[in-house]
Design a protein around this ligand. Structure first.
Ligand code: GLU
Length: 436
């Protein structure tokens, strides 16, 4: 981004034409008069239609390109920079934890002087943001990607899984992956399949508020994730996020049973149909569920994913053509989120039957989220069974989609793929529904 971080499109061209750099005092001619201020960087994810100036009053003003006639640099300014202090030294006997950055709110910090959001995932930057990390583990940080999690795709899951396998081979005691929260549940499920039997804890962690805000959940989530990854006696893939709204306890959720259930609360994540895996307080682990796999053991990762799966949410009046388009777009496994016990309209059921006849695998989950699908209760359910639709018991729809992409990544198709979808690999279906 050169001298104009965050600027793109028309805004970038406008500033380049004026030979402006960040920190310059700019005079911008607008249709409302001349505006003078210091040019500040834009948020990394901002649009390309605004130029932002910091006025003498200290306020930032965004000027829409449509109202601008031109700009002139009045005085060259100093470029803002952020040089974090060196990380504190970790004592030798601490556990080794690989910290892999993929992006999202947790990996960003806002430079309040300039308004820019930038990733803060180099080891030194992280330590300067969350100094407690160096008391919890010897952290080996690496930025894998810096993307919003809505842009995470099966190919990223594959890269993450392979990187975890390498870290395990290198002898780390645990792995932490920082990730945007929007699709954290999907990635946790995907990695649970790819890394089934992993001998160390692999903890995915996000934040609802960026690390430099006073209300941020990032530091505590991160410290808990790193300390549990390094020291817990259990292994497997988990998500670590706030247990409640107060900043004191972190919940660890099983990777295949976790869901983001609130857009903004710090305790947005819940375990569905199973007890929490663990709870961490400032003094360490306060609760660990029974039955978690211990550390160690043999491990045969299958870290490949293929994208030929679709997730269709049934809704009243859904056109059966939705199934045909999924097929045309390359879906070989369709996961349906049906109503109630796992129902769709007669038309859609028929179309699913045709999809199965053509060699596709159709699976049923429920949009109720809690409870299990049961296709034996109503006629619609029986029709679906007759059509070859596979009920997925209490598997979450998002988990089923990630599993489908993993099943396809193993090269399985037809009956083998159907069998794999049903057979429990990583706790994605449960024998008994946990109350609540
Ligand atoms: N939507 C973005 C993401 O999921 C930012 C929000 C967040 O990190 O929680 O990556």
């Amino acid at each position: 981004m050169g001298d104009l971080p965050g600027y793109k499109g028309r805004a970038l061209r406008f500033l380049q034409a004026a030979k402006a750099s960040i920190g310059d005092m700019l005079e911008v001619r607008t249709k409302w008069g001349v505006v003078t201020g210091t040019l500040v960087p834009r948020y990394l994810y901002g649009d390309g239609d605004h130029v932002v100036l910091k006025l003498k009053s200290g306020y930032n003003v965004g000027l829409g390109l449509d109202g601008l006639d031109g700009a002139a640099v009045k005085a060259k300014g100093e470029k803002p920079s952020f040089s974090p202090p060196p990380p504190p030294k970790s004592p030798e006997r601490l556990p080794r934890v690989a910290l892999l950055g993929t992006g999202g709110t947790i990996a960003s910090r806002i430079d309040y002087r300039t308004g820019a959001v930038k990733p803060a995932m180099s080891e030194s930057e992280l330590h300067s943001l969350v100094p407690e990390l160096s008391g919890a583990a010897k952290v080996e940080a690496e930025v894998m990607f810096d993307i919003l999690s809505e842009n995470v795709a099966p190919r990223h899951w594959g890269k993450m899984a392979k990187r975890v396998v390498r870290a395990v081979d290198e002898g780390v005691d645990g792995v932490v992956i920082t990730h945007g929260t929007d699709t954290l549940g999907y990635t946790a499920a995907a990695l649970s399949f790819a890394l089934a039997g992993v001998p160390v804890p692999v903890v995915l962690v996000g934040a609802q508020r960026s690390p430099d805000r006073p209300s941020s959940d990032a530091p505590l989530n991160l410290v808990a994730a790193v300390s549990v990854a390094g020291t817990a006696k259990f292994s497997g893939v988990y998500v670590a996020m706030h247990l409640g709204e107060s900043d004191d306890k972190i919940a660890f959720h099983r990777g295949t049973r976790v869901r983001k259930n609130h857009t903004s609360r710090r305790d947005a994540f819940v375990s569905v149909g199973v007890p929490l895996a663990a709870v961490w307080g400032r003094g360490g682990l306060e609760y660990v569920s029974e039955g978690l796999p211990p550390r160690g053991g043999s491990f045969s990762p299958r870290p490949a994913f293929a994208p030929g799966a679709a997730l269709l949410k049934f809704y009243p009046s859904m056109p059966p053509g939705a199934v045909r388009s999924a097929r045309r777009l390359g879906a070989r496994i369709i996961v349906v989120e049906g109503t109630g016990l796992g129902h769709v309209s007669g038309d859609v059921a028929k179309e699913l039957g045709l999809f199965v006849k053509s060699g596709g695998v159709a699976c049923m989950t429920s949009q109720c989220i809690g409870g299990r699908v049961d296709l034996n209760v109503y006629e619609t359910g029986r029709d679906l069974l007759q059509a070859g639709v596979v009920p997925l018991d209490d598997m979450l729809a998002e988990t089923a989609l990630a599993k489908a992409m993993w099943v396809l990544g193993t090269g399985a198709k037809g009956d083998r793929a159907r069998e794999m979808m049903v057979h429990d690999v990583a706790g994605e279906t449960t024998a008994r529904t946990f109350p609540g």
